[in-house]
Design a protein around this ligand. Structure first.
Ligand code: BES
Ligand code: MN
Ligand code: ZN
Length: 502
């Protein structure tokens, strides 16, 4: 467990994943249970590698205690004769017909992994023919949020291993799942790191260190480099804080002639609102306002670790939005990177200002595609709730990103950028203002503002994850409390799709 000093250096606490092809003796065995058609009597036990008598005994045991078959419900019972372990975790798979989707398997495996935490070795017998979904769900679900403590933690999960029982050799699939789960875990840990410890300077240092180890090209612009470069948006938002802003650039280089995809993520390490200060109630959650940046840093590292054959260039602006005598104010006119002037209406609409600078910089690399992601607007949650990212951008790419997001279980949904809202961004005193004079379509007008900074011809998607980046409820399926790591897996799916099609 990390100490207060070392929490930023902490590696994600995730169980070891192994692929096995026979039911090796373990401390605990995970089996699936599903409702039968009649929805009465013993549930259907779905366990690979266990014989018929054992399966019937497990079904009888599950029936006797009325174990829930709801997807992701878990019930731990003592082992019955024939089980290669001392206890069994029964995990609900819902109804088996039609066949469980990948997302059902991921959720069930994730909940089971959480139930197995601290129990030693676990044999996971769910869906032996679909190791990708089972291993990824298990890896994501085994994640344990880091705690800031100087005390020794005896509840060490290092010894935990999840053995994914598969038909045939699935070593590659399981290793890939582990790598994805680690990088999602990295994004989650960064989001969960409290704002006194994670601020622009420490975030940039940590991102640079991780990226260097992963073999990426790294460049960090500090406040004087930002001033020399004319990054007016990042500088303004960071100006109220004693801890100056940064712009981090991380590049994973694909082969010669391969496409370049730009990733941009909002890294507001704490959002007080600035001079347009937020109400005190709930402000502590604004430690997650760097969720987009965390996801982008994790994704470019993941691209390197999976050796994706394309160039991925991450541009990550980091700032702390504080009120002070040096803070920027409503009424200021900023000159953004690239020269566009912006009239500030509300210092709490800071995310779009740092993103605008970063998007202009990212477009200088002539990417074919650009994805930006941000905990950008409360309006995202009003429109779509806490778990559905809003995806805006150029029509085709927006739809492709949203669709891939749903495939991986992150749930992105396409949203428009209505022309009628654009007038609200006209300013009397500058090229643009960053907030409309009314509150309608707040997620969309933020997207429209960003669209002004995307270079002509770049296929662009903007993913607003204000709700989805952070789970303030209890853990469920493979989703822990706190940072979720969304939309790392959406961006990975898009990168792999682009790499496959070009
Ligand atoms: N970081 C917030 C958005 C947010 C709110 C994320 C709640 C997660 C949970 C963002 O910087 C913000 O304050 N947006 C304002 C914009 C408004 C001033 C135009 C908002 O949504 O209220
Ligand atoms: Mn804000
Ligand atoms: Zn913010």
């Amino acid at each position: 467990m990390p100490t207060a000093q070392s929490i930023l250096a902490h590696t994600p606490d995730i169980a070891t994943l192994e692929a096995v092809t026979s039911p090796v003796e373990s401390d605990v065995v995970v089996v699936g249970i599903a409702a039968t058609d009649a929805d009465e009597g013993a549930p259907l036990v779905i366990a690979h590698g266990l014989d018929e008598a054992t399966v019937s005994a497990l079904a009888a045991a599950a029936d006797a205690i009325g174990a829930s078959t709801t997807v992701g419900s878990t019930t731990r019972i003592p082992a019955v004769e024939g089980v290669p372990g001392s206890s069994v975790v029964l995990v609900g798979l819902g109804s088996p017909d039609p066949e469980a989707t990948d997302e059902t398997l991921r959720r069930a495996a994730g909940a089971a992994a959480r139930a197995c935490r601290g129990l030693g070795t676990a044999l996971v017998t769910l869906a032996a023919d679909r190791p990708d979904a089972v291993a990824l769900g298990a890896g994501l679900g085994s994640f344990r949020p880091a705690k800031v403590t100087e005390k020794d933690d005896d509840e060490n999960s290092d010894a935990d291993a999840l053995r994914i029982l598969t038909e045939g050799d699935a070593t590659g699939a399981v290793a890939r799942a582990a790598t994805i789960a680690e990088c999602v875990g990295l994004a989650r840990d960064l989001v969960n790191t409290p704002p006194n410890l994670l601020f622009p300077g420490s975030f940039a240092d940590r991102a640079a260190e991780l990226a260097t180890s992963a073999g990426l090209e790294v460049e960090v612009l500090d406040e004087s480099a930002l001033a020399d470069g004319g990054y007016g948006g990042i500088l303004a938002v960071g100006s109220g804080s004693s801890r100056p802003p940064r712009l981090v650039r991380l590049v994973h280089r694909g082969g010669e002639g391969r496409p370049t995809v730009a990733l941009v993520g909002k890294g507001v390490t704490f959002d007080t609102g600035g001079i347009s200060i937020k109400p005190a109630a709930g402000m502590e959650q604004m430690t997650m306002d760097m969720g987009g940046a965390a996801a982008v840093v994790a994704t470019v590292i993941l691209a390197a670790r999976l050796e994706l054959d394309l160039t991925v260039a991450a541009t990550v602006p980091m700032a702390e939005n504080m009120p002070s005598a040096t803070a920027y104010r409503p009424g200021d006119v900023l000159t953004m990177y690239g020269g566009t002037t912006v009239e500030v209406q509300n210092t709490d609409a800071e995310g779009r200002l740092i993103l605008a600078d970063a998007i202009v910089r990212a477009c200088e690399d002539s990417p074919s595609h650009l994805i930006d992601t941000a905990t950008l607007t409360g309006a995202q949650m009003v429109a779509l709730g806490k778990k559905t990212p809003g995806v805006m951008g150029t029509d085709d790419f927006r739809d492709r990103v949203a669709e891939l997001s749903r495939t991986v279980g992150e749930g992105g949904w396409p949203m428009p950028l209505p022309e009628e809202l654009r007038d609200g961004l006209d300013s009397e005193v500058a090229d643009l203002t960053h907030v409309t004079p009314h509150r309608w379509g707040g997620m969309l007008s933020a997207g429209l503002f960003l669209s002004e900074f995307v270079a002509e011809g770049v296929e662009w998607a903007h993913v607003d994850v204000a709700g989805p980046a952070y789970n303030d409820g209890g853990p469920e399926g493979y989703l822990p409390r706190g940072g979720s790591g969304v939309p790392v897996r959406t961006m990975l799916a898009v990168l792999e799709d682009i790499a496959a099609q070009s």
